[in-house]
Design a protein around this ligand. Structure first.
Ligand code: ADP
Ligand code: MG
Length: 613
């Protein structure tokens, strides 16, 4: 029999697990380690290095080595390595192939199938690219699961182990906040466990925030402090500085002060960095980190106090400053990281076990959710140039989900209906990701007389099926959205860049109007309540109408709109009472190393500077 393995295909590190001897077991690689760096390097002769060896080449051969390609899964981004061109999914396939080989060596039997986890916010294109990566690596991938689902599955199982030893505990509903902070991404989710069901209540995240940002910020600090010229540096030197920054950051897990040293032909220098410096230097990162936490709590109508357990996942959660920040943010002491590197892979391994129909856990259910809203464009009466987004499926709906809605013709004598399908949270259709279109030719008739029934079905694998029928003309059309190329071509990116440079900055007297509009739009995105969403749209449309047609009443309407938005914001924030100022100035940090202040650090730099001369 061939085996099924579970794979955590990470941005920075990947690992695999298998169901063995009644439990999920991690699979060691050739080095006897569990983590394989998600790095690929291609030599001039076409030889491909994967994992640890490739990671070493990040600093020695940065041009022929790629990491962090998971961020671009499902996009048309191309990598040129060793004179050859690769898509992100091809690079991922190299990693998967290595994990498959490691597993076969470990299990001494063939592995033909894998369950792979992906971030909850991955869209259809990224999910399908992940499946394609599996196929390229010679693995059948029938099931893609969300990373927080996998972590939840693992946590629940660990919890059961605890229960077996202490029968006193009651197995009530348990709500867990899963904070997954990896190298390139942050995923925050709320998960509820009861009986044999694991349900994800809400997910949020920031796919542009990870441990690497700490490395970059510390590297920039190093460069700035020593007055180096970043632009003039060789790529190899830049990579070395970043590597040294990461080492220093990791040392700060064990120590309160660590050295950051770079020794190469261009630079031979070092600085000392304390945990407190990290808090100060990386303040914007801590601020960003708090946002998705707030958002999941808000989406699920929860407060930090109602959460039973805080689960830390991902390598960056090992940072004491991150743990302390979360303790402060959530107002709780019980923030601790248990096996943060392995949680997701262990969950994937359990899932592989379920799939192999192992008796002991087959009764477990897993409910996933749709991490983004899906909808169609509708006419915007205030501004026909900018169609609105009409939602069919709301963000955070449990999967599978199927919804039907009726739309009508918007104009007299309209000759066709064009249903454009979008994914995203923007009010205007154009602010969202375009997925496809269904077009009908219709008989001319008065407004509102022709009905079109639209059904969206979004399945557990993230495949969207759109059905549209117009009974009056006996027509029905169907569109399945899979395997689409997201992202722009390089040419399009270049065009966008030029377009952006031409954009004029709006005149100062419009600033306030724009601010009010943007503020409203943000609340629209953040709110999960249908009624509130509708009301926000109504008010913003009216405000825009007045902006365009009624300058005289504008100040008054702006005032009313502002009061309304402030009220909604207040209502939404009433759920949570986070101390905002402290997040910004870093005063939340109660470090052991208070003695290392800014002035002292600067004096040290001066000394080194002088040493150099
Ligand atoms: P991903 O999910 O993106 O693959 P991981 O969960 O493996 O990522 O986390 C990788 C990140 O964790 C890297 O940025 C790495 O520097 C960071 N990391 C790993 N160990 C430590 C540590 N001891 N202290 C601080 N950061 C760490
Ligand atoms: Mg991860």
């Amino acid at each position: 029999m061939s085996r099924i393995i579970g794979i955590d295909l990470g941005t920075t590190n990947s690992l695999a697990a298998v169901w063995k001897d009644g439990k999920s077991t991690l699979i060691p690689n050739a080095f006897g380690e569990y983590l394989t760096p998600s790095v690929v390097s291609v030599l001039e002769d076409g030889t491909v290095y994967v994992g640890k060896a490739a990671k070493e080449r990040l600093s020695s051969h940065p041009k022929d080595t790629a990491g962090v390609f998971k961020r671009f899964m499902g996009t048309a981004k191309k990598y040129q390595l060793g004179g050859r061109i690769f898509l992100p999914e091809e690079l991922s396939a190299f990693i998967l192939k290595r994990l498959k080989e490691d597993a076969e060596r470990y299990l001494e039997e063939p592995v033909e199938e894998a369950i792979i986890s992906v971030p909850a916010y991955f869209n259809d294109m990224a999910r399908n690219a992940t499946k394609r990566a599996g196929i390229i690596a010679g693995l059948k991938v029938e099931r893609i699961i969300n990373e927080p689902s996998a972590a939840a599955l693992a946590c629940r199982t660990l919890r059961q182990d605890v229960y077996r030893s202490s029968t006193e505990e009651e197995d009530d509903d348990i709500v867990q906040l899963v904070f997954d902070f990896g190298g390139g991404t942050l995923d925050v989710s709320l998960v509820e466990c009861f009986d044999n069901v694991i349900e994800i209540l809400a997910v949020s995240g920031d796919n542009q925030l990870g441990g690497q940002d700490f490395d970059d910020m510390l590297a920039a600090y190093f460069i700035r402090s020593l007055g180096l010229d970043f632009d003039a540096m060789q790529p190899e030197t830049k990579a070395m500085i970043r590597k040294s920054a990461e080492q220093c950051k990791q040392e700060l897990t064990k120590k309160t002060v660590a050295e950051m040293a770079v020794n190469c032909h261009e630079i031979n220098n070092k600085i000392e960095i304390s945990r407190k410096d990290v808090v100060r230097i990386c303040a914007p990162l801590f601020e960003k980190m708090g946002k998705p936490v707030k958002r999941v709590l808000m989406d699920a109508h929860m407060t930090p106090a109602k959460v039973h357990q805080i689960v830390l996942v991902g390598g960056s959660c090992k940072m004491p400053v991150v743990q302390q920040y979360l303790q402060y943010l959530l107002g709780r002491e019980d923030v601790e990281a248990i096996e943060p590197d392995y949680m997701i892979a262990l969950g994937c391994g359990i899932y592989a076990g379920i799939k192999e129909r192992k008796e002991d856990i087959k009764d477990m259910l897993l409910t996933d959710i749709c991490p983004f809203s899906l909808g169609v464009n509708v006419v915007n009466p205030q501004n026909p140039e900018k169609p609105l987004m009409s939602y069919m499926i709301e963000r955070n709906s449990p999967l599978p989900v199927s919804r039907e809605q009726i739309y009508v013709n918007a104009h007299d004598n309209q000759s066709q209906i064009s249903l454009k399908i979008y994914q995203g949270e923007g009010i205007y259709a154009e602010d969202n990701l375009y997925l496809g279109e269904i077009l009908f030719s219709i008989p001319r008739m008065p407004t509102g007389q022709l009905q079109c029934f639209v059904r969206f079905t979004y399945d557990i694998n993230g495949v969207l099926e759109v059905n549209a029928r117009i009974p009056m003309i006996y027509e029905e059309k169907r569109l399945v959205i899979v395997n689409k190329e997201l992202g722009m071509t390089e040419q399009q990116v270049k065009e966008k860049l030029i377009e952006f440079q031409k954009i004029k900055i709006n005149p100062a007297d419009e600033e306030e109007n724009i601010y009010v509009l943007e503020w409203g739009k943000r609340l629209y995105v953040q709110s999960c309540d249908e009624e509130i969403k509708k009301e926000i749209v109504k008010r913003l449309q009216y405000f825009q109408y007045v902006m365009a047609h009624d300058i005289y009443h504008l100040p008054k309407v702006r005032k009313y709109t502002t009061v309304f938005i402030a009220y909604i914001e207040g209502m939404m924030n009433a759920f949570l009472d986070f101390p905002e100022e402290a997040l910004r100035d870093g005063s939340w940090y109660q470090g052991e190393d208070d003695e290392m202040d800014k002035e002292e650090v600067e004096n040290l730099f001066k000394e080194w500077e002088e040493d150099k001369e």
